[in-house]
Design a protein around this ligand. Structure first.
Ligand code: HEM
Length: 464
């Protein structure tokens, strides 16, 4: 016997989950309780069971983890990230790659790039008296950070070209008509430069050419001599268990992976933070007060501010960027919550519902950063970055980035919500993330000081 769930035909369940996932998940949890079964992979496919109770999440992430295998959900990204990407690996190879990437993305490694992140945020030029689209602005800042902090590409012609090409690529894969090709391999046919897949292939070739040129240049100037602290440089010095460095293809594939998973996620998280700060002026005022009292521009000091941290964490709680952690397929029968799940059943740790349990979070739909000041939540109650051995390796970078960008922009600008802004009920899907469903704009009122170069794209630099 399986946990209860809707009896609607599989197709209807699938459509409800695709069209308005948060509403559908809320309804299921209300009707069937914390653990429920959906039929969303077709009527003859295995059942999919959603979990949000902390004890069950803990069991899935830890004690039962060797009874599961990961589905092939990330494989739709293969044409973009390549075969060598971390997200394409399984088992031991996956663990080895994680160990190679971890030091570059870990806390100690990140301290060195804090100043650069702040400078990039300081270089924004928001027009005083006008409105800005928050998500667009956050995407621009976070792309610049990926280029400089992760790829280590200095502002200049190559950086400008890459920025334009990556922007084109990311915008296209977010459009439903274009992205459908990734899910349906028979559509992946290069019928020339005008065919949709042909466009993708040519865009990818242009990006690859620039990335390989950067890698080749960096190989001829070893990173230690340059004193670089960007993630590409650190990856170039990394050695696997046999003492071998990463090949050019491996480096390229990991860079594309970090771009795909690290760009829009962080920008969406920040967009939610701004959304809540405009809804809750008292929280914005308290945050400004903390930043002013601290008065520091030192990135490390800034990132340790408790209320700043709490605000970012609470935004990722109420509106997690990913609604679920990676689905696990049972390979060896397991018992959980009194149910016996046979091989083939798919188990899903549901981040969204776990973050909205009223037993863990009283008044869960309320934005209350104080929750994170008062008590320490377990990684099975709060897990916006997933959990277990496939959890997000960019977690430390993402939180560091969010805090530094937010603090820098608050120190620099005063703003208010556009009067048309409504209270949002359901987030919208955008690529792999969930964002506010209407273009969310702010009116910029004032700028305090500010310095640095302007990082907006100069299209004249793009070669034909
Ligand atoms: C607010 C920002 C972010 C959020 C909310 C987020 C969330 C997630 C989640 C939920 C997963 C799946 C974890 C699981 O299934 O247990 C994931 C995986 C991953 N994330 Fe993030 N992420 C963010 C930023 C980043 C950044 C900045 C990077 C890198 C630059 C990154 C790189 C990755 C990678 C490589 C994986 C796959 C890990 C693996 O398969 O072993 N993420 N992320």
């Amino acid at each position: 016997m399986l946990p209860p769930g809707p009896t609607l035909p599989s197709l209807l369940q699938t459509l409800s989950l695709i069209s308005n996932p948060t509403r559908f998940l809320d309804n299921c949890a209300q009707r069937y309780g914390e653990t429920f079964t959906l039929r969303v992979l077709g009527s003859h496919s295995p059942p999919v069971v959603f979990f949000s109770q902390p004890q069950s999440i803990q069991a899935i992430f830890t004690t039962l983890s060797d009874r599961f295998e990961f589905g092939k959900v990330t494989h739709v990204f293969r044409p973009l990230t390549g075969d060598q990407s971390l997200i394409m690996q399984e088992g031991l190879r996956h663990q080895h790659q994680r160990q190679l990437l971890m030091p570059a993305l870990h806390r100690e490694g990140l301290h060195r790039c804090g100043k650069l992140i702040c400078e990039i945020a300081q270089a924004t030029r928001w027009p005083i008296g006008n409105s800005i689209d928050v998500l667009d602005q956050m995407l621009e800042i976070s792309l610049e950070i990926i280029l400089q902090v992760v790829f280590g590409i200095q502002p200049g012609s190559r950086s400008q070209q890459l920025k334009i090409l990556l922007h084109q690529l990311l915008t296209r894969i977010n459009s439903p008509l274009y992205s459908v090709q990734f899910f349906l391999p028979p559509l992946q046919q290069d019928w020339g430069a005008w065919s949709p897949w042909g466009q993708f292939v040519r865009l990818r070739q242009q990006i690859d050419r620039l990335l390989y040129a950067e890698i080749a240049e960096r190989r001829s100037h070893p990173p230690i001599e340059l004193g670089s602290s960007d993630i590409l440089s650190l990856l170039m010095t990394a050695r696997d268990s046999e003492g071998q460095p990463l090949s050019d293809t491996e480096l390229r594939d990991q860079l594309m992976t970090l771009l795909l998973l690290g760009h829009e996620t962080t920008a969406s998280g920040l967009t939610w933070v701004f959304y809540w700060l405009t809804q809750k002026p008292e929280i914005l005022a308290r945050l400004r007060q903390e930043l002013n009292a601290n008065g520091s521009t030192d990135p490390m000091m800034l990132a340790q501010q408790p209320y700043l941290t709490a605000v970012c964490k609470e935004a990722l709680r109420v509106h997690p960027i990913a609604l679920i952690a990676q689905p696990r397929r049972v390979k060896q029968s397991v018992e959980l919550e009194g149910y016996q799940f046979v091989a083939g059943t798919v188990l899903i740790p549901c981040i969204y519902l776990a973050h909205r349990r009223s037993a863990t979070y009283p008044q869960p739909t309320e934005f209350r950063p104080d929750r994170f000041l008062q008590e320490k939540l377990s990684p099975y109650e709060y897990f916006p970055f997933g959990g277990g051995n496939r959890s997000c390796i960019g977690m430390a970078l993402a939180l560091y980035e969010m805090k530094l960008i937010l603090a820098t922009l608050l120190q620099q600008y005063e703003f208010e919500a556009n009067s048309s802004l409504q209270v949002l009920r359901y987030p919208a899907r955008r690529g792999i993330t969930f964002v506010p469903p209407i273009p969310f704009q702010l009116r910029v009122l004032k700028q305090h000081g500010g310095s640095g170069a302007n990082f907006s794209v100069d299209k004249a630099l793009l070669k034909p």
